[in-house]
Design a protein around this ligand. Structure first.
Ligand SMILES: Cc1ncc(C[n+]2csc(CCOP(=O)(O)OP(=O)(O)O)c2C)c(N)n1
Ligand SMILES: [Mg+2]
Length: 372
Protein backbone atom coordinates (compact mmCIF):
# COMPACT_ATOMS: atom_id res chain seq x y z
CA UNK A 1 0.00 0.00 0.00
CA UNK A 2 1.01 3.56 -0.53
CA UNK A 3 2.54 5.21 2.42
CA UNK A 4 3.79 8.68 2.64
CA UNK A 5 4.73 11.12 5.27
CA UNK A 6 2.43 14.08 5.72
CA UNK A 7 5.31 15.95 7.33
CA UNK A 8 6.87 18.35 4.93
CA UNK A 9 10.52 17.57 4.41
CA UNK A 10 11.15 21.29 4.59
CA UNK A 11 10.42 21.08 8.32
CA UNK A 12 13.59 19.08 8.82
CA UNK A 13 16.31 20.31 11.08
CA UNK A 14 18.43 22.43 8.77
CA UNK A 15 18.35 25.06 11.48
CA UNK A 16 18.48 22.73 14.47
CA UNK A 17 20.28 24.21 17.44
CA UNK A 18 23.70 23.10 18.50
CA UNK A 19 26.52 21.32 16.71
CA UNK A 20 28.72 22.51 13.89
CA UNK A 21 27.24 23.56 10.59
CA UNK A 22 28.61 20.30 9.15
CA UNK A 23 26.62 18.14 11.54
CA UNK A 24 23.52 20.29 11.04
CA UNK A 25 23.81 19.74 7.31
CA UNK A 26 24.36 16.02 7.78
CA UNK A 27 21.36 15.64 10.04
CA UNK A 28 19.26 17.69 7.65
CA UNK A 29 20.24 15.47 4.75
CA UNK A 30 19.51 12.34 6.78
CA UNK A 31 16.10 13.63 7.78
CA UNK A 32 15.22 14.54 4.24
CA UNK A 33 16.14 11.07 3.04
CA UNK A 34 14.18 9.53 5.92
CA UNK A 35 11.10 11.56 5.00
CA UNK A 36 11.44 10.80 1.33
CA UNK A 37 11.83 7.09 2.03
CA UNK A 38 8.20 7.08 3.12
CA UNK A 39 7.22 7.58 -0.46
CA UNK A 40 6.89 4.32 -2.26
CA UNK A 41 4.92 3.19 -5.27
CA UNK A 42 1.35 2.35 -4.35
CA UNK A 43 -0.20 -0.98 -5.32
CA UNK A 44 -1.70 -0.94 -8.84
CA UNK A 45 -5.19 0.57 -8.98
CA UNK A 46 -8.12 -1.82 -8.99
CA UNK A 47 -9.81 -1.47 -12.36
CA UNK A 48 -13.49 -2.17 -12.97
CA UNK A 49 -14.42 -3.43 -16.43
CA UNK A 50 -15.18 0.08 -17.73
CA UNK A 51 -11.73 1.28 -16.59
CA UNK A 52 -10.05 -1.60 -18.43
CA UNK A 53 -12.09 -0.89 -21.55
CA UNK A 54 -11.18 2.79 -21.45
CA UNK A 55 -7.50 2.02 -20.89
CA UNK A 56 -7.48 -0.55 -23.71
CA UNK A 57 -9.23 1.72 -26.17
CA UNK A 58 -7.16 4.80 -25.38
CA UNK A 59 -3.85 2.94 -25.54
CA UNK A 60 -4.83 1.16 -28.74
CA UNK A 61 -5.81 4.45 -30.36
CA UNK A 62 -2.31 5.78 -29.68
CA UNK A 63 -0.67 2.57 -30.95
CA UNK A 64 -2.66 2.44 -34.19
CA UNK A 65 -2.31 6.18 -34.74
CA UNK A 66 1.46 5.95 -34.39
CA UNK A 67 1.68 2.95 -36.70
CA UNK A 68 -0.26 4.88 -39.32
CA UNK A 69 1.92 7.97 -38.82
CA UNK A 70 4.97 5.75 -39.39
CA UNK A 71 3.43 4.46 -42.64
CA UNK A 72 2.54 7.95 -43.88
CA UNK A 73 6.06 9.10 -43.06
CA UNK A 74 7.48 6.23 -45.11
CA UNK A 75 5.22 7.21 -48.00
CA UNK A 76 6.47 10.80 -47.89
CA UNK A 77 3.26 12.41 -46.60
CA UNK A 78 4.98 13.54 -43.39
CA UNK A 79 8.23 15.48 -43.43
CA UNK A 80 10.68 16.67 -40.81
CA UNK A 81 11.13 15.00 -37.47
CA UNK A 82 8.66 12.43 -36.20
CA UNK A 83 9.09 10.59 -32.88
CA UNK A 84 6.72 7.71 -32.22
CA UNK A 85 5.39 6.78 -28.76
CA UNK A 86 4.79 3.07 -29.41
CA UNK A 87 5.47 1.04 -26.24
CA UNK A 88 4.95 3.92 -23.81
CA UNK A 89 1.15 4.19 -24.09
CA UNK A 90 0.37 3.15 -20.48
CA UNK A 91 2.16 6.22 -19.13
CA UNK A 92 -0.05 8.92 -20.63
CA UNK A 93 -3.24 6.90 -20.47
CA UNK A 94 -2.77 5.98 -16.79
CA UNK A 95 -1.88 9.56 -15.89
CA UNK A 96 -4.86 10.91 -17.82
CA UNK A 97 -7.12 8.57 -15.84
CA UNK A 98 -5.79 10.18 -12.64
CA UNK A 99 -6.32 13.76 -13.80
CA UNK A 100 -9.21 16.11 -13.14
CA UNK A 101 -10.88 18.75 -15.27
CA UNK A 102 -8.57 21.76 -15.44
CA UNK A 103 -5.29 19.87 -15.02
CA UNK A 104 -2.67 20.66 -17.64
CA UNK A 105 -0.24 18.63 -19.71
CA UNK A 106 3.06 19.63 -21.26
CA UNK A 107 5.72 17.45 -22.86
CA UNK A 108 8.58 17.27 -25.36
CA UNK A 109 8.60 16.22 -28.99
CA UNK A 110 7.38 12.60 -28.52
CA UNK A 111 3.95 14.07 -28.09
CA UNK A 112 1.26 12.46 -30.28
CA UNK A 113 0.21 10.06 -27.51
CA UNK A 114 -0.11 12.86 -24.97
CA UNK A 115 -2.34 14.83 -27.31
CA UNK A 116 -4.63 11.90 -28.07
CA UNK A 117 -4.84 11.05 -24.36
CA UNK A 118 -6.04 14.57 -23.53
CA UNK A 119 -8.87 14.10 -26.03
CA UNK A 120 -7.44 16.07 -28.92
CA UNK A 121 -8.87 14.88 -32.24
CA UNK A 122 -6.99 12.28 -34.28
CA UNK A 123 -7.87 14.21 -37.45
CA UNK A 124 -6.33 17.45 -36.20
CA UNK A 125 -3.14 15.76 -34.98
CA UNK A 126 -2.66 13.74 -38.18
CA UNK A 127 -3.40 16.78 -40.38
CA UNK A 128 -0.70 18.68 -38.51
CA UNK A 129 1.74 15.86 -39.18
CA UNK A 130 1.02 16.12 -42.91
CA UNK A 131 1.26 19.93 -42.76
CA UNK A 132 -2.36 20.64 -43.68
CA UNK A 133 -4.52 23.62 -42.79
CA UNK A 134 -6.87 21.76 -40.39
CA UNK A 135 -3.95 20.64 -38.25
CA UNK A 136 -3.78 21.90 -34.67
CA UNK A 137 -1.14 24.48 -35.67
CA UNK A 138 -2.72 25.13 -39.08
CA UNK A 139 -0.10 22.92 -40.67
CA UNK A 140 2.73 25.22 -39.62
CA UNK A 141 4.02 23.41 -36.55
CA UNK A 142 4.34 19.74 -37.45
CA UNK A 143 4.88 16.78 -35.15
CA UNK A 144 6.69 18.59 -32.35
CA UNK A 145 4.67 21.80 -32.10
CA UNK A 146 0.99 21.38 -31.38
CA UNK A 147 -1.20 22.89 -28.69
CA UNK A 148 -4.81 22.89 -27.52
CA UNK A 149 -6.08 25.57 -25.20
CA UNK A 150 -9.38 23.70 -24.90
CA UNK A 151 -7.75 20.43 -23.81
CA UNK A 152 -5.10 22.22 -21.75
CA UNK A 153 -2.26 20.73 -23.75
CA UNK A 154 0.68 23.15 -23.76
CA UNK A 155 2.88 21.40 -26.37
CA UNK A 156 4.89 19.86 -28.02
CA UNK A 157 8.51 21.22 -27.47
CA UNK A 158 11.54 20.38 -29.59
CA UNK A 159 14.23 21.63 -27.25
CA UNK A 160 15.11 18.88 -24.79
CA UNK A 161 13.97 19.89 -21.28
CA UNK A 162 12.46 23.23 -22.37
CA UNK A 163 9.00 22.16 -21.26
CA UNK A 164 10.11 21.69 -17.64
CA UNK A 165 10.37 25.38 -16.66
CA UNK A 166 7.19 26.09 -18.62
CA UNK A 167 5.31 23.29 -16.85
CA UNK A 168 6.62 24.67 -13.56
CA UNK A 169 5.33 28.11 -14.58
CA UNK A 170 1.90 26.62 -15.26
CA UNK A 171 1.95 25.27 -11.72
CA UNK A 172 2.95 28.70 -10.42
CA UNK A 173 -0.04 30.24 -12.21
CA UNK A 174 -2.36 27.58 -10.78
CA UNK A 175 -1.13 28.22 -7.27
CA UNK A 176 -1.33 31.99 -7.76
CA UNK A 177 -4.93 31.79 -8.93
CA UNK A 178 -5.73 29.08 -6.38
CA UNK A 179 -7.68 27.05 -8.93
CA UNK A 180 -6.77 23.58 -7.63
CA UNK A 181 -5.30 22.50 -10.97
CA UNK A 182 -2.15 20.41 -11.32
CA UNK A 183 0.48 20.67 -14.05
CA UNK A 184 1.62 17.29 -15.37
CA UNK A 185 5.07 17.95 -16.78
CA UNK A 186 6.55 15.08 -18.79
CA UNK A 187 10.19 14.71 -19.81
CA UNK A 188 12.65 11.97 -20.69
CA UNK A 189 15.61 10.29 -19.00
CA UNK A 190 17.92 12.31 -21.27
CA UNK A 191 16.19 15.58 -20.47
CA UNK A 192 16.58 14.80 -16.76
CA UNK A 193 20.27 15.72 -17.10
CA UNK A 194 19.46 19.27 -18.22
CA UNK A 195 20.36 22.18 -15.92
CA UNK A 196 17.04 23.95 -16.33
CA UNK A 197 15.29 20.93 -14.82
CA UNK A 198 17.06 21.58 -11.49
CA UNK A 199 16.37 25.31 -11.51
CA UNK A 200 12.72 24.34 -11.94
CA UNK A 201 12.90 21.77 -9.13
CA UNK A 202 14.29 24.39 -6.79
CA UNK A 203 11.55 26.93 -7.42
CA UNK A 204 8.78 24.32 -7.46
CA UNK A 205 9.83 23.00 -4.06
CA UNK A 206 10.55 26.40 -2.53
CA UNK A 207 7.08 27.67 -3.46
CA UNK A 208 5.33 24.28 -3.11
CA UNK A 209 3.97 24.39 -6.64
CA UNK A 210 1.41 21.81 -7.74
CA UNK A 211 3.46 20.06 -10.40
CA UNK A 212 3.87 16.34 -11.07
CA UNK A 213 7.16 15.75 -12.84
CA UNK A 214 6.72 12.59 -14.88
CA UNK A 215 10.08 11.29 -16.03
CA UNK A 216 9.50 8.83 -18.85
CA UNK A 217 12.53 6.59 -18.51
CA UNK A 218 12.46 4.65 -21.76
CA UNK A 219 16.11 3.65 -21.23
CA UNK A 220 17.57 5.66 -24.11
CA UNK A 221 18.19 9.25 -25.10
CA UNK A 222 18.59 9.02 -28.87
CA UNK A 223 21.21 6.24 -29.12
CA UNK A 224 22.60 6.62 -25.60
CA UNK A 225 21.59 4.16 -22.90
CA UNK A 226 20.83 5.60 -19.46
CA UNK A 227 23.82 3.83 -17.89
CA UNK A 228 26.18 5.57 -20.34
CA UNK A 229 24.81 9.07 -19.73
CA UNK A 230 23.64 9.32 -16.14
CA UNK A 231 25.70 9.31 -12.94
CA UNK A 232 22.52 8.62 -10.92
CA UNK A 233 20.34 6.20 -12.83
CA UNK A 234 17.48 6.26 -10.31
CA UNK A 235 15.68 9.33 -11.61
CA UNK A 236 13.07 9.23 -8.86
CA UNK A 237 15.84 10.44 -6.51
CA UNK A 238 16.77 13.40 -8.66
CA UNK A 239 14.72 15.74 -6.47
CA UNK A 240 16.44 14.81 -3.19
CA UNK A 241 18.55 17.96 -3.06
CA UNK A 242 15.39 19.99 -3.38
CA UNK A 243 13.33 17.96 -0.90
CA UNK A 244 11.11 16.70 -3.69
CA UNK A 245 9.87 13.16 -3.08
CA UNK A 246 9.59 10.61 -5.85
CA UNK A 247 9.33 6.93 -6.64
CA UNK A 248 9.62 4.52 -9.53
CA UNK A 249 6.51 3.20 -11.23
CA UNK A 250 5.95 0.26 -13.57
CA UNK A 251 5.19 2.37 -16.63
CA UNK A 252 4.13 -0.67 -18.65
CA UNK A 253 1.18 -1.35 -16.32
CA UNK A 254 -1.56 1.23 -16.75
CA UNK A 255 -3.04 0.35 -13.33
CA UNK A 256 0.28 1.07 -11.60
CA UNK A 257 0.48 4.41 -13.42
CA UNK A 258 -3.07 5.34 -12.45
CA UNK A 259 -2.43 4.60 -8.76
CA UNK A 260 0.80 6.61 -8.80
CA UNK A 261 -0.95 9.45 -10.62
CA UNK A 262 -3.74 9.52 -8.03
CA UNK A 263 -1.25 9.69 -5.18
CA UNK A 264 0.83 12.39 -6.88
CA UNK A 265 -2.16 14.54 -7.81
CA UNK A 266 -3.49 14.32 -4.27
CA UNK A 267 -0.06 15.29 -2.94
CA UNK A 268 -0.05 18.39 -5.14
CA UNK A 269 -3.65 19.34 -4.50
CA UNK A 270 -3.20 19.18 -0.75
CA UNK A 271 -0.53 21.87 -1.00
CA UNK A 272 2.54 19.69 -0.41
CA UNK A 273 4.35 20.84 -3.52
CA UNK A 274 5.96 18.94 -6.38
CA UNK A 275 6.53 15.21 -6.72
CA UNK A 276 8.48 13.06 -9.18
CA UNK A 277 7.14 9.90 -10.80
CA UNK A 278 9.78 7.93 -12.68
CA UNK A 279 7.95 5.79 -15.21
CA UNK A 280 9.91 2.67 -16.14
CA UNK A 281 8.97 2.27 -19.76
CA UNK A 282 10.37 1.39 -23.18
CA UNK A 283 10.06 2.67 -26.72
CA UNK A 284 9.77 -0.05 -29.34
CA UNK A 285 10.74 2.09 -32.34
CA UNK A 286 13.89 4.09 -32.98
CA UNK A 287 14.35 7.53 -31.47
CA UNK A 288 12.84 9.12 -34.56
CA UNK A 289 11.83 7.85 -37.98
CA UNK A 290 15.41 8.18 -39.21
CA UNK A 291 16.98 6.03 -36.45
CA UNK A 292 17.87 2.43 -37.36
CA UNK A 293 18.36 1.72 -33.60
CA UNK A 294 21.63 -0.17 -33.94
CA UNK A 295 22.57 0.54 -30.32
CA UNK A 296 20.33 -2.23 -28.96
CA UNK A 297 19.58 -5.80 -29.92
CA UNK A 298 16.41 -7.07 -31.57
CA UNK A 299 16.13 -9.55 -28.72
CA UNK A 300 15.94 -6.76 -26.18
CA UNK A 301 13.03 -5.14 -28.02
CA UNK A 302 11.32 -8.47 -28.64
CA UNK A 303 11.56 -9.42 -24.98
CA UNK A 304 9.80 -6.21 -23.90
CA UNK A 305 7.12 -6.62 -26.56
CA UNK A 306 6.34 -10.21 -25.68
CA UNK A 307 6.62 -10.00 -21.90
CA UNK A 308 5.54 -6.48 -20.92
CA UNK A 309 3.38 -4.96 -23.63
CA UNK A 310 0.97 -2.54 -21.92
CA UNK A 311 -1.90 -3.18 -24.34
CA UNK A 312 -1.61 -6.97 -24.31
CA UNK A 313 -1.71 -6.93 -20.50
CA UNK A 314 -5.09 -5.20 -20.53
CA UNK A 315 -6.42 -7.31 -23.39
CA UNK A 316 -5.65 -10.48 -21.44
CA UNK A 317 -7.50 -9.17 -18.38
CA UNK A 318 -10.52 -8.11 -20.46
CA UNK A 319 -10.94 -11.69 -21.60
CA UNK A 320 -9.79 -13.59 -18.50
CA UNK A 321 -11.23 -11.39 -15.72
CA UNK A 322 -14.03 -9.37 -17.28
CA UNK A 323 -15.82 -11.93 -19.40
CA UNK A 324 -15.24 -10.25 -22.74
CA UNK A 325 -15.12 -12.45 -25.83
CA UNK A 326 -12.49 -12.14 -28.56
CA UNK A 327 -15.25 -10.62 -30.73
CA UNK A 328 -16.03 -7.95 -28.10
CA UNK A 329 -12.36 -6.97 -28.10
CA UNK A 330 -12.25 -7.01 -31.89
CA UNK A 331 -15.18 -4.58 -31.98
CA UNK A 332 -13.09 -2.05 -30.02
CA UNK A 333 -10.16 -2.71 -32.37
CA UNK A 334 -12.38 -1.98 -35.34
CA UNK A 335 -13.66 1.31 -33.87
CA UNK A 336 -10.10 2.42 -33.26
CA UNK A 337 -8.94 1.41 -36.75
CA UNK A 338 -11.85 3.36 -38.24
CA UNK A 339 -10.90 6.53 -36.33
CA UNK A 340 -7.30 6.23 -37.49
CA UNK A 341 -8.20 5.41 -41.10
CA UNK A 342 -10.52 8.42 -41.17
CA UNK A 343 -7.79 10.66 -39.71
CA UNK A 344 -5.23 9.43 -42.27
CA UNK A 345 -7.65 9.95 -45.13
CA UNK A 346 -8.52 13.43 -43.88
CA UNK A 347 -4.85 14.34 -43.41
CA UNK A 348 -3.98 13.39 -46.99
CA UNK A 349 -6.86 15.29 -48.56
CA UNK A 350 -7.08 18.45 -46.48
CA UNK A 351 -5.55 21.42 -48.38
CA UNK A 352 -2.17 22.84 -47.45
CA UNK A 353 -2.23 26.22 -45.65
CA UNK A 354 -2.71 29.29 -47.77
CA UNK A 355 0.46 31.28 -48.45
CA UNK A 356 -0.99 34.20 -46.48
CA UNK A 357 -0.64 32.06 -43.34
CA UNK A 358 3.10 32.73 -43.51
CA UNK A 359 2.28 36.12 -41.99
CA UNK A 360 -0.04 35.00 -39.20
CA UNK A 361 0.71 33.68 -35.68
CA UNK A 362 4.04 35.46 -35.57
CA UNK A 363 5.26 37.98 -33.03
CA UNK A 364 5.93 41.02 -35.22
CA UNK A 365 2.84 43.10 -35.96
CA UNK A 366 4.19 45.20 -38.81
CA UNK A 367 6.32 43.23 -41.18
CA UNK A 368 8.66 45.53 -43.07
CA UNK A 369 8.15 45.02 -46.78
CA UNK A 370 11.16 43.87 -48.74
CA UNK A 371 12.91 46.74 -50.54
CA UNK A 372 11.67 47.12 -54.07
C1 LIG B 1 18.79 21.24 -25.89
C2 LIG B 1 18.79 20.10 -26.84
N1 LIG B 1 19.89 19.29 -26.91
C3 LIG B 1 19.91 18.24 -27.76
C4 LIG B 1 18.83 17.99 -28.57
C5 LIG B 1 18.85 16.78 -29.50
N2 LIG B 1 18.03 15.71 -28.93
C6 LIG B 1 16.76 15.53 -29.35
S1 LIG B 1 16.01 14.30 -28.53
C7 LIG B 1 17.36 13.99 -27.59
C8 LIG B 1 17.33 12.88 -26.56
C9 LIG B 1 16.40 13.09 -25.41
O1 LIG B 1 16.12 11.86 -24.79
P1 LIG B 1 15.05 11.66 -23.66
O2 LIG B 1 14.95 12.90 -22.83
O3 LIG B 1 15.38 10.41 -22.96
O4 LIG B 1 13.66 11.53 -24.43
P2 LIG B 1 13.15 10.38 -25.42
O5 LIG B 1 13.55 10.78 -26.80
O6 LIG B 1 13.75 9.10 -24.99
O7 LIG B 1 11.67 10.40 -25.31
C10 LIG B 1 18.40 14.83 -27.93
C11 LIG B 1 19.71 14.83 -27.30
C12 LIG B 1 17.72 18.85 -28.49
N3 LIG B 1 16.62 18.67 -29.22
N4 LIG B 1 17.71 19.87 -27.61
MG1 LIG C 1 14.60 8.53 -23.17
Amino acid sequence: MATRSRNSASNSSATSAGGSSKSATESSAKEIVKTLEHFEAPAPAKFAKHDEVRAYRDMLLIRRFEEKAGQLYGMGFIGGFCHLYIGQEAVVVGMQMAMQEGDEVITGYRDHGHMLATGMEARGVMAELTGRRSGYSKGKGGSMHMFSKEKKFFGGHGIVGAQVPIGTGLAFANKYSDNGAVSITYFGDGAANQGQVYESFNMASLWKLPVVYVIENNRYAMGTAVSRASAETDFSHRGLSFKIPGFQVDGMDVRAVKAAGDLAAEHCRSGEGPIILEMMTYRYRGHSMSDPAKYRSRDEVQKMRSESDPIEQVKKRLVADHGMSEDDVKAIDKDVRDIVADAADFAQNDPEPDESELWTDIYAEDIPQAAE
